[in-house]
Design a binder for this molecule. Structure first.
Ligand SMILES: Cc1ncc(COP(=O)(O)O)c(C=O)c1O
Length: 458
């Protein structure tokens, strides 16, 4: 069990007067000020008083090997003694070269070139721009994108233009160009009313229609393979992913697989596209790539795409894109160490029995009437909350049920954060079976407590 030492360390409003927090209602800071976290070890982060919090969501899904991993820390320290940064135009560092080689050796066959940037959103921006310029270089007029309802690809303008989670995007969508959206592969609330076990991926009829209507002006189709993460961990079957690839091939549309969240073993395969045995034309990677240590992203492309960008001065065959910290050697060293650990520990294959245990025990949340759907893949478990299981009616927004559960959990030493009406678990892979029990146990107490408080509003 988690031990408590001292009192909880929270930031006072005076301390926060110059800070602007992401995805945070200002008024919530009054009753739920952020915890000041001092250090991390393995599965836990600790506040100044020494109270530990089991990081059940890997700090926004990045901490795949736990906090303060000795090998990753060591790799960064070693690199720090040599060089902190040099620009990657006219220069390059050994970690940046090594990382590209390591990535290519594990990526689906055919992805052969790596373009570095700093975060998931930029990995997506790079992918979209590569697709656009690739089409232009080929002399094609294709300039649109097809994306999915429920998708999240980041918060920069381009990445948002292919995202469709109204709560995040609506304000901005009304103010700049949106791309074209097709059905979300949302099995619990299937847009075509089918069952995921027996369906024939009919949700993707809408993709087929969109491709038939305007495939010839579409530069690429972008999707999150197997799981729409921020959309509420919407896990969909591999037949849907296979159909996405097959349709894009039929209409000669490039595929961009956004594996920012699902790459590096999260779904039980090293990359989620492997579930469909497919290689996208472009793949976006970030988050877990450095074990959650430093910001780094990679956009991987097939060689035939890169070939279009080969050229001499004044040919326009140059990719007009680059970030100041592209290929940063500290981040690249952290990523190399992370990939070394994954390889040595045979992750994700070696996680199989732990994943089975995690998924089996997740089912026990069935005891709560408010849990309408329990879904899991690899080391992801999600609970969609409802007011009524039969009708699948969501809890009233004002109850903020998932939010309250997560706040209760944090008070009990479990770091959770909701996605709309979904409470989910994306723990570091180092979690043990005992710690899985502990994580679910605390989450259940948090649910009981939150329900007790909110009963009247449900
Ligand atoms: C699938 C996907 N793509 C892109 C992003 C954006 O990544 P970042 O927050 O590093 O910009 C996220 C973030 O959650 C994501 O889940």
């Amino acid at each position: 069990m988690i031990r408590y030492e001292g009192s909880v360390m929270k930031a006072s409003s005076d301390t926060l007067k110059h800070l602007w927090f992401p995805f945070t209602y200002y008024n919530d800071l009054e009753h739920s000020p952020p915890l000041i976290i001092e250090y991390g070890r393995g599965l836990y982060v600790y506040d100044k008083s020494g109270k530990g919090y089991l990081d059940a969501i890997g700090s926004w899904w990045v901490s795949i090997l736990g906090h303060n991993h000795p090998e990753i820390s060591e790799a960064i320290k070693k690199q720090l003694d040599k060089l902190e940064h040099v620009m990657m135009a006219g220069f390059v560092t050994e970690p940046a070269i090594e990382l590209a080689d390591k990535l290519i050796s594990i990526l689906p066959r055919g992805l052969n070139r790596i373009f570095y940037s700093d975060n998931g959103s930029t990995a997506v921006e790079v992918a979209l721009k590569i697709a656009l310029q690739y089409q232009a270089l080929k002399g094609s007029q294709r300039s649109g994108f097809i994306a999915f309802s429920g998708a999240y690809h980041g918060d920069t303008l381009g990445a948002m233009s292919v995202g469709m989670i109204p709560h995040y995007h609506a304000t901005f969508h009304a103010r700049f160009k949106m791309q074209s959206f097709v059905n979300s592969p949302y099995c619990y609330r299937c847009p075509t009313g089918k069952e995921s076990t027996t369906c024939k991926a009919e949700c993707m009829d809408s993709l087929e229609q969109a491709l038939a209507d305007h495939g010839d002006t579409t530069a690429a189709c972008i999707f999150e393979p197997m799981v729409q993460g921020a959309g509420g961990m919407r896990i969909y079957p591999e037949k849907v992913l296979k159909r996405v690839f097959a349709l894009c091939r039929k209409y000669d549309v490039l595929t961009i697989a956004d594996e920012v969240a699902m790459g590096f073993g999260r779904t039980g395969k090293m990359f989620a596209c492997e579930h469909a045995r497919e290689t996208p034309d472009i793949m976006c990677l970030a988050k877990g790539i450095t074990g959650g240590y430093l910001p780094l992203a990679a956009t991987a492309v097939k060689e035939h795409i890169f070939d279009e960008f080969k050229g001499g001065f004044a040919s326009d065959r140059i990719f007009h894109h680059g970030h100041t910290f592209t290929g940063n050697p500290l981040a690249a060293a952290a990523a190399c160490a992370t990939l070394d650990v994954l390889k040595r520990e045979k992750i994700p294959e070696s996680l199989k029995s732990k994943v089975d245990y995690f998924q089996k025990n997740l089912q026990h949340f069935n005891e709560f009437d408010i849990v309408g759907d329990i879904r899991s893949i690899g080391m992801i478990g999600a609970l969609e909350l409802v007011r009524d299981r039969q009708t699948k009616e969501p809890p009233p927004p004002e109850s903020r049920l998932a939010y309250r559960i997560c706040r209760k959990a944090i008070g009990l030493g479990l770091l959770l954060r909701p996605l709309g009406n979904v409470v989910y678990f994306v723990p570091p892979y180092i979690i043990s079976e005992d710690e899985i029990n502990n994580m679910f146990h605390i989450a259940k107490i948090a649910m009981h407590e939150a329900l007790h408080e909110t009963d009247a509003t449900l």
